[in-house]
Ligand binder design. Structure first.
Ligand code: PEP
Length: 249
């Protein structure tokens, strides 16, 4: 059985007090669910969020980390620093990291390898740009992102990987992939993994959809057989919206 997951990526939003307030509201409104619920506040708020959610089922995860264990990397955060505050899941490869911080598939591969070596769970993001889709290259782009960043991993590593297909053109734009487009790509991703590894891995990896998921469209997207949940940006910053999306799964 694949895990159902709803993860909120707060990006560079919410200071310490705002983080505490949003988490308080989320905890109060959290519905009964079989799904794993995760939130990714900024680094500054991670430790206090972990403490605040100690007795909650909501998991605090990180938005990023460096691939090195320590050293002269000004401004960076290491996996051990995350583990030290009991954060053991990390988002790697978000399109904003790729676009604004030059993170290539090779760099992302190093991050994934370090995270797995440290026994962390990885939410790995990837997806095509609009120009790729218009040129009918979206399957090729997604295949090469997976291949270059993940397909050197041992088969056993896949139990700690969650995939998040996030078409870049749908992130923060209000434009969403149709449920059919999401399903088509998720099925393709599973087929590609089955070819590179085997169907057992392809069938058990959770594949989240990300890109302008809102309360109004969540249920239809989540109803698709190969969509196992969502990575939610903007809508995760509003407790009622995030809760509605959790209910939709
Ligand atoms: C994201 O940042 O991963 C994302 C999907 O953002 P949004 O939901 O705002 O499109």
């Amino acid at each position: 059985m694949r895990s159902k997951i709803v993860a909120g990526n707060w990006k560079m939003n919410k200071n310490l007090a705002e983080t505490e307030a949003l988490l308080t509201e989320l905890v109060a409104k959290l519905p009964d669910t079989q799904a794993e619920v995760m939130v990714a506040p900024t680094f500054i708020s991670l430790h206090s969020a972990v403490k605040q959610l100690e007795s909650s089922s909501i998991e605090v995860i990180a938005q990023n980390m460096h691939f090195a264990e320590n050293g002269a990397y000004t401004g960076e955060i290491s996996p051990d620093m995350l583990l030290d505050i009991e954060v053991d899941t990390v988002i790697i490869g978000h399109s904003e990291r790729r676009a604004y911080f030059g993170e290539t598939n090779e760099i992302l591969n190093k991050k994934v390898v370090t995270a797995l070596y440290k026994n962390m769970r990885v939410v790995f993001c990837f997806g095509e740009k609009m120009e790729d889709r218009k040129a009918d290259n979206h399957f090729k782009v997604v295949e090469s992102q997976l291949k270059n960043a993940l397909f050197s991993l041992e088969a056993s590593a896949w139990s700690n990987i969650v995939l998040a297909y996030e078409p870049v053109w749908a992130i923060g734009t209000g434009e969403t992939a149709s449920p059919e487009q999401a399903q088509e790509m998720h099925a393709f991703i599973r087929k590609t993994i089955a070819q590179a590894y085997d169907t057992a891995i392809a069938d058990t990896v959770s594949i989240l959809y990300g890109g302008s998921v809102k309360p109004a469209n969540a249920e239809e997207i989540f109803s698709k057989p190969d969509v196992d949940g969502g990575l939610i940006g903007g809508a995760s910053l509003v407790a009622d919206d995030f809760v509605a999306i959790i209910k939709a799964i």
